[in-house]
Structures are given as structure tokens and as C-alpha cells.
Ligand binder design. Structure first.
Ligand code: MTE
Length: 325
């Protein structure tokens, strides 16, 4: 007899029976005064007032089809109105309410350059690129280093598909990601004490793990600007700062990239930044997290944000003291 054993990352921490999830969702809807339920390809969440990006040339792609392995993150999806009004996007300000300012982000034309240790350097228009990728929907938990969390219904594709598309050489050990740099458009980039542009990096093994995801949509629509349109990374087992937004360059390197926050303060922010409740940030505990959109509920944080079964094996040869900050 075939018995489906859920993978550990599918198991909710709080025993998410569908009834509990449903009730919780109802409570959220009521609490936030939402008028309805958003639905995309079998997923549902409290819908808000955010409209689909008008005139987006990729709107027809969303929602995509849900990947059943990631259909349930074990916690209710964060209401769209909460998620889209509480963001980190330092290019548009060093606070959470950047959603208005982020509307200045010009997402067309948008191209992505692939360079470094690749067979052939290339620059590809985003609208061409996204149509060449295997789009799907996934619900992921998102844990910020600031000890808050959300649950997001993304659309996008595995980062591995992008790596395959770029055809890196076998000498490539890391992938380096870069965000746009335009201080005329992005007021935060006039804060010259930050090392713009925002940079992030992964090992090749991390980048080709099935969990590493490039989001091009959320809540059944093309990605809203404050989420890092038109394409951003999400590595849900790592602290949120690894999930770089609005990517313009993907480079393959032999040397480990130095990421934005590591450059700002290497004592507090490292390269791996895997979630671990037992390793506190230099200035606060990581033992628990506030679940945004619930009126202040705090829950215990899980090692690798609960995705350990899929990623713990990536780190057998990395010293423990480097892994969790
Ligand atoms: N990417 C860029 N380019 N700029 C940023 O400021 N902030 C990071 C990450 N990616 C950031 C970024 C941080 S600290 C977090 S927690 C997440 O984006 C926040 O993503 P969200 O706003 O979709 O929740």
C-alpha cells in the first residue's frame, strides 16, 4: 500500500489541521476587515485591496500551477495587505513602509545579464526570460533576521532552471546576484554610506537545491514592486536578507561573493545566514518570531526555518560557526 509520508517541511509546527488553518484564516480575514478570499490555482488567502499590476505584459502567466510538494507551509498565508505594506527594500528607504516609494521602481524594460564563469555571457530581456522558465506556484515560510515571519504564495521557478539556462562552467563555485543601482529612481540609494548595489550570493550546491526559488509573482499576480519586481530570490531556510530583490545581474564566480549586509557589518551578518533559533543575533534572540498579520502571535523558530530535511546536507563540510549568521 502506498502511504504518503509528508516531508518535514510540509509538517506544520502547530499541527496545522485544515480546520485550524481555516479557522485561523477566517479570524485573520475578520480581524483585518478583508472583503474576500483570494484564490489562485487551488491556493487561497484573505484577499486585500492590492490590484494586479496594470498593463503588466506577463499578467497572463499568473496564477501558475501549484507544485503539490509546496502547497501548504503549515501556517496560514499572510494577508496580502499585511505583506505588501511591511517590507524591507532599502533602495526605497530604511524602514518598513516603503510600498508607496517603491512604486517609483521602473520595471520595463528590464533585462538580466549572465556573466562570469559561463559558457557565453548574455543579457536577456525579462519578458523573454520568464516565458522560457517552468513557472509554478509554491507557498513558502519567510523568516527575517529581525525575528518576524510571513507565509507567501509565490509564483516563479526553481533557481536551478535559471542556472541551467546560464550554462555555468564547471569551475563555478558560487552564484552572485546584483540588484539595480539607480539613485535617481531609488531614493534610498542616495544614502551613500551603504555599499550599493545590493549583492547576495549562494554556493552552487545551494543555488541548485530544489528549495531555492526565483519569484516573479505573488498572490496570483505578477510581483508587486515592493516585493522586488520583476524577479527576486527566495531561500526560505535562510534569513530573509539573502533573498535579494529586483535582480539585474547573475554572475558565476570562483570566489565567495561579499554580500551587502556582510559588507555593512561582517560581525553581525555572514554569508550563510541559515536560520537557527539557538544562535542569537549579536543584539537579539532568534528563539522565537512574530507571525505578522496575527495580532502579535509569537511562535518558536525552527532550525533551517523547518526546511532542514531538504538542506542540512549541504553543509557537512562548513564549520558550524559560519553557518548561522
Ligand atoms: N533586496 C534588496 N535589493 N534590497 C533590500 O533591502 N532586503 C532583504 C531582502 N531582499 C532587501 C532585499 C531583507 S532584509 C528581507 S527580510 C527581504 O528582502 C524582505 O522581503 P519582503 O519585503 O518581500 O518581505
Amino acid at each position: 500500500m502506498f502511504i504518503k509520508r509528508p516531508k518535514s517541511w510540509e509538517i506544520p509546527e502547530n499541527k496545522a489541521s485544515s480546520e485550524a488553518t481555516f479557522l485561523n484564516r477566517r479570524t485573520l480575514i475578520k480581524a483585518a476587515g478583508f472583503s474576500g478570499i483570494g484564490v489562485a490555482a487551488g491556493l487561497s488567502w484573505p484577499s486585500g485591496t492590492m490590484q494586479a499590476a496594470e498593463n503588466d505584459p506577463t499578467a497572463d502567466l499568473y496564477p501558475a500551477t501549484v507544485n503539490p510538494a509546496y502547497a501548504d507551509a503549515g501556517k496560514p498565508i499572510t494577508p496580502e495587505d499585511v505583506n505588501s505594506k511591511y517590507n524591507n527594500f532599502y533602495e526605497f528607504g530604511s524602514h518598513k513602509r516603503i510600498f508607496n516609494e517603491a512604486q517609483k521602481l521602473k520595471t520595463r524594460p528590464w533585462s538580466v545579464t549572465f556573466d562570469g564563469l559561463v559558457d557565453k555571457e548574455m543579457t536577456v530581456d525579462f519578458d523573454t526570460l520568464v516565458r522560457a522558465m517552468p513557472l509554478e506556484d509554491r507557498v513558502y515560510r519567510h523568516r527575517c533576521v529581525e525575528a518576524w515571519s510571513m507565509v507567501i504564495p509565490w509564483s516563479g521557478f526553481p533557481l536551478k532552471a535559471l542556472v541551467d539556462y546560464a550554462q555555468p562552467l564547471s569551475s563555478a563555485k558560487y552564484v552572485r546576484f546584483e540588484t539595480f543601482n539607480d539613485s535617481k529612481m531609488a531614493s534610498g540609494q542616495r544614502q551613500i554610506w551603504y555599499p550599493w548595489p545590493y549583492i547576495e550570493g549562494l554556493t552552487m550546491a545551494e543555488a541548485t537545491n530544489d528549495l531555492a526559488f526565483i519569484a516573479t509573482g505573488a498572490y496570483g499576480k505578477p510581483l508587486a514592486k515592493q516585493f522586488g519586481a520583476p524577479l527576486r530570490l527566495h531561500t526560505p531556510w535562510k534569513y530573509g536578507f539573502k533573498s535579494i530583490k529586483s535582480i539585474v545581474r547573475v554572475s558565476f564566480t570562483e570566489e565567495r561573493p561579499v554580500s551587502f549586509w556582510e559588507e555593512v557589518n561582517s560581525k553581525e551578518y555572514g554569508f550563510y545566514a541559515n536560520v537557527n533559533p539557538k544562535v542569537p543575533h549579536k543584539r537579539w534572540s532568534q528563539a522565537t518570531e512574530e507571525v505578522l498579520g496575527t495580532g502579535g502571535e509569537r511562535v518558536p523558530t525552527q532550525l533551517y526555518n523547518g526546511y532542514g530535511e531538504q538542506v542540512a546536507n549541504l553543509y557537512s563540510d562548513v564549520p558550524e560557526e559560519q553557518l548561522y549568521f
